[in-house]
Design a protein around this ligand. Structure first.
Ligand code: WTA
Length: 650
């Protein structure tokens, strides 16, 4: 039924997976009751709840007030002083964790390194002294353009140690992206490498930096780590080698006492208008947010090996490759390369070799694994895994089931974690020992998160009615502003429903209060007066045995407002045919209803994705309506996709 302007939701998933008794017994949060009790406290007495969490960490000066909220600007742990690198490193040196692996790293070519907490501390202190030697001070902005190698973590932690503000630029981005981010942040230094490995080839990182620095620039220093050994140009007076600089410093570098609201990093994320937004995170609240979510959501134990497969260039890499695990004294695994290099079983090989216990990856990767075929998984012993996670997009229920069965052997809980670059840490998620999961739902809000769903007017909607996902109060790890643009910050996130944070996502809540994210509001379809989320139609398509991946967009239609166009990637070995097209339309009809049946199904070899794996529906919309692609394509992973998609036209 159509209700006002709300997003309709038709896909009902009935399967429920309860945490096993064994898992629950050893988990941080052991039951739904315990979760509910703690959640209630976190909402009714946030000062008490977050104060207790924060006290588990190291503060150089105790805060005076837990939170100060002057809409839309929040301060957390006001008056407190601390250092993030001290919390990630020094804090563990007085315990047996001193000799525990902090980082296990594998390069794409197969080279390996292990850094214990003590070794990592030593390297971070030395590199922090290199920064100081190169006149980088507290508050200065530093661009980090490195592959996922231990030096990326070392550089981030060294900045945090002296109070410099890092801005990590994903190693797959081009010279233009580097130039834009330098211009916006006013950075004075770049930390990079000569090159990095990707599917066996060398990516010329330093050359990209050189190209990005042509003309007028605020950059005074470029520090270059030797990774790939490729030939590079070193600019006299500007560029220095990482390993040479280390010769001049010692490992004595006390952590700076920084204000709780001292800026920690700027991370650029693409906005709908094209101009990237510099999301600013600060020290105290961010630390508490990632510390608590890592502890409760991943339920990490001292003996665990935790592997988050994200690149350090994304927020997931910041919060759950580097800061979250280290703040908890966990062992974090870093892998530099592609999941299908040299063969599609690289991830499973790594899990078997290192006996990984917790795996955190993205639906886009899971769908690729399904496409590549189960035989790659079957070759490896994955019995060390005890918990799985996903992030980045709604996970299609069928992909969830595959992940559960084939990777988790039917025994590992799955935490489907909803959050954003802006939120800093996970906000809606199962807690693996406490919250029963339903495939495709991120389930319930994390502690302190007051999330709800509203209609266009800001009224809360009832069960199973779609609307806009908002957060009604500040949380510790939230963004503090868009760097250099307070007005945009206010307008984008806080003005539509005053005093509430607008996530930009559409969602519904079921009769158990579970959240189902249906995708970005901008992607919602309007078919004959019905507003439909794209993710449900996509999930219906993916539940067909021959489909690997699907993206659904609207095309202007005189009669219906919009018609539904589905781009579909088939599993390897499946031949496209007209019969299959008809079958898929009927399949959606049977799963959701006639209203959602695609008017057109197009088979595509690949779908256009951002570098972080999200499907770029905006481009597909333009292609579907026969228009030229005009929008920003700088985040597109593979340009040849566009031509291939055009060729897919009937
Ligand atoms: C989407 C990544 C459904 C959502 C940490 C959000 C998700 C955007 C999920 C943020 C999930 C992320 N289920 N959708 N579990 N996780 N999203 O900034 O649309 O790269 O707004 O942060 O990804 O993407 P970002």
């Amino acid at each position: 039924m159509k209700i006002d302007n709300n997003i309709e939701s038709h896909l009902i998933e009935k399967r429920v997976f309860k945490p096993s008794k064994d898992f629950a017994k050893r988990a941080q949060i052991k039951s739904l009751d315990q979760y509910r009790r703690m959640y209630r406290e976190s909402i009714s007495r946030p000062d008490k709840f977050w104060g207790r969490e924060a006290k588990e960490l190291t503060w150089q000066k105790q805060w005076k007030k837990v939170v100060e909220w002057k809409v839309p600007f929040a301060k957390w742990f006001v008056g407190g002083k601390l250092n993030l690198s001290e919390n990630c490193l020094d804090r563990h040196l007085a315990s047996p964790r001193r000799n525990k692996a902090a980082i296990l790293w594998e390069g794409e070519p197969g080279d390996r390194r292990t850094l214990t907490y003590q070794q990592l501390h030593h390297e971070v202190c030395r590199f922090a002294n290199v920064l100081k030697r190169n006149k980088i001070d507290k508050g200065d902005r530093v661009i980090i353009y490195l592959p996922t190698i231990p030096e990326a973590a070392i550089a981030m932690l060294a900045c945090a140690r002296i109070g410099a503000v890092h801005s990590v630029v994903f190693g797959g981005f081009s010279a233009d992206a580097i130039r834009d981010r330098i211009a916006d942040s006013g950075a004075i230094a770049v930390i990079t490498a000569d090159g990095s490995y990707r599917r066996g080839a060398i990516v010329p990182l330093k050359k990209n930096v050189d190209d990005g620095l042509h003309g007028k620039t605020s950059i005074k220093r470029v520090i270059v780590f030797r990774r790939a050994g490729n030939d590079i140009h070193m600019e006299e007076g500007r560029d220095v080698w990482w390993h040479r600089e280390l010769e001049y410093v010692d490992a004595n570098c006390p952590p700076a006492a920084l204000d709780s609201e001292h800026p920690l990093y700027i991370l650029y994320t693409s906005g709908s208008t094209g101009k990237p937004k510099g999301i600013l995170h600060t020290t105290g609240g961010y630390l508490v947010g990632i510390y608590s979510t890592m502890k409760y959501v991943f339920d990490v134990r001292d003996e665990d090996i935790f592997w988050c497969t994200a690149d350090v260039g994304w927020v997931t890499g910041h919060s759950y490759v580097v800061y979250g695990p280290l703040a908890n004294g966990a062992t974090t695994l870093m892998y530099e390369g592609a999941p299908n290099w040299p063969e599609p079983d690289r991830f499973w090989r790594i899990i078997e070799d290192y006996r990984v216990n917790i795996l955190y990856t993205a639906p886009t990767a899971i769908r690729a694994f399904i496409r590549w075929g189960d035989e790659w998984v079957a070759k490896h012993d994955l019995s060390s895994l005890r918990l799985l996670g996903t992030v980045g997009e709604p996970i299609n229920p069928e992909a969830w089931i595959w992940y559960h069965k084939k990777i988790g052997g039917g025994r590992c809980p799955i935490v489907d974690t909803w959050w954003q670059t802006e939120t800093g840490a996970i906000l809606i998620t199962p807690l693996p020992g406490a919250i029963p999961t339903k495939p495709g739902s991120a389930t319930l809000p994390f502690f302190g998160v007051d999330a709800t769903i509203v209609d266009e007017k800001g009224h809360e909607v009832g069960a199973n009615v779609g609307g806009k996902l908002i957060i009604r109060r500040p949380w510790p790890s939230m963004l503090r502003t868009i760097y250099g643009d307070k007005e945009r910050y206010k307008k984008q996130y806080w003005s539509e429903f005053k005093g509430n944070y607008l996530t930009g996502d559409g969602a519904r809540r079921d009769e158990d209060g579970y959240f189902w994210i249906v995708g970005r509001i901008d992607d919602v379809l309007n078919v004959a007066g019905h507003r439909l989320g794209t993710s449900e139609i996509e999930s219906a398509l993916v539940s067909h045995a021959r489909v690997a991946e699907a993206a659904v967009v609207g095309r202007p239609d005189d009669l219906k407002g919009q018609s539904v166009v589905a781009f579909v990637t088939l599993k390897s070995g499946v031949e496209p045919s007209f019969t299959l097209k008809r079958e898929l339309r009927d399949h959606v009809g049977a799963h959701i209803g006639a209203i959602a049946k695609p008017d057109e199904v197009r088979f595509a070899e690949v779908l256009p994705k951002t570098r972080s794996g999200k499907i770029m529906r905006r481009l597909l919309k333009e292609i579907a309506s026969g228009a030229r692609v005009t929008g920003d394509t700088t985040t597109l992973e593979d340009f040849s996709v566009l031509t291939k998609l055009r060729d897919s036209e009937e």
